[in-house]
Design a protein around this ligand. Sequence first.
Ligand code: UD1
Ligand code: MG
Length: 463
Amino acid sequence: MGIAAVILAAGEGKRMKSTLPKGLHPVCGVPMVELVGRALAGAGVDRRVMVVGHGRDQIQAAFSPEEYAFVVQEEQHGTGHAALMGAPALADYDGPVIISPGDTPLITSDAIQRLLLEHIQSDARATVATFHAADPAGYGRLVRDASGHPVRIVEHKDASPAERALTEVNSAVYCFDAKTLFAMLPKIGNQNAQGEYYLTDVLRLMAVAGMSTHAVVFEDPTLFQGVNDRWQLAEAAAILQKRIVKQHCLNGVTIIDPASTFIGLDVEIETEVVLEPMTVLEGSTRIGAGTCVMSFSRITDSTVGSNCIIKHSTLLKAVVGNEVNIGPYAHLRPKSTLGHGVRIGNFVEVKNAELGDQVAVGHLSYVGDAEVGAGTNIGAGTITCNYDGYRKHRTVIGEGAFVGSNSTLVAPIQISNGAYVAAGSTLTHNVTSDALAIGRARQVEKEQWAQQWREKNMKVQES
Ligand code: UD1
Ligand code: MG
């Protein structure tokens, strides 16, 4: 049997001023409680219990029951009461259990691993992660006895002036012996300034009972930085963002301006990629080696191949091959698949379309619900008319075709391999391979018409 953890996420999070439960607010693209959950999993925790209350339906809907065992705390009577809710889910469990709040998104696997290791090595029943706070106001203070053993944690509101002078504070992340914790929790009271059942009280009960307790002092207080309002959310995101950007830099990615580059936690980037200032890469995006993402590009849930250039463009759920050149001002929408060496120019929109190798769509075009064969050139201002007001229809263009500028292709339509479409055509019928289709009025020329027109009008002005 592995290691268990209980995440406390039942609190209301009033200061977020949000209809979204606090734990679901994303930090660098991942919900806060999931960041805590991932840090736990990375430290070897394989049984994760989440205590939910406020907004519990939304939280439960965001995860699968295989990921977390959910337990409900109907009313929030304090962290001790919340932790006790986890007991039934771990009734069969004997071993160390990590307790962590759900609103500390910056916690890492390394920190949890260290806490676990020291807990096991010190043979303690309770190990608390602490740090020295520059401003300890609001935190629970760790009180140690003469020999340095932790004996209790006193909440700020309950602390004496002498206790308030202590700077070592409780991070609210702990490791307990599960059996001891769940046996002790029903014994704590709520005779305190907040009338709550404090989880911190079990430390005192254990010390009084002569059980060994331990504290691990962490150097980096940001690990435990809590999020209670949206400014703290932004501050946490900035710290996590810096960690993410740094890791990509160390992996061989050039990031010209880390402060204006936003990379989601799950984005994968290969070496020799260059990210210019003011770029956003989010979701499950992957960028291949040697690609340059130029300023003002936003790439979401997309896969981009190697050695591409993306200028000032928006990509959503698109798949882009190698050596593709996109933008500026291009918009690739979901289910756009671009082959090798494709060129997408300015003001081009592509949606649900498969573009073969070396296809060029240079300027001002809409290619939607379409298939374009390799080597085909789509002239400026070409529009696939895919929608009749009720249904979407497909445009299929073969290989090596040439669609002249300002063509209107009324779908469903098929333009076969090697065909030409004359510029300015409106096509409603299929075109056979290697044919030329012209769908426009024939040019008429009236000799001397302009000269006569001018003369006639001059006379009118003179009279
Ligand atoms: C807690 C600690 C304090 C520590 C501080 C660090 C206690 C009594 N105090 O105080 O020593 O320094 O964290 O930030 O534990 N929750 C529930 N149900 C409840 C109450 C809380 O699920 O009934 C959850 C909250 O959603 C939150 C977490 O527990 O994620 C912590 O609760 P919070 O009220 O923020 O505790 P603090 O007052 O910050
Ligand atoms: Mg708190």
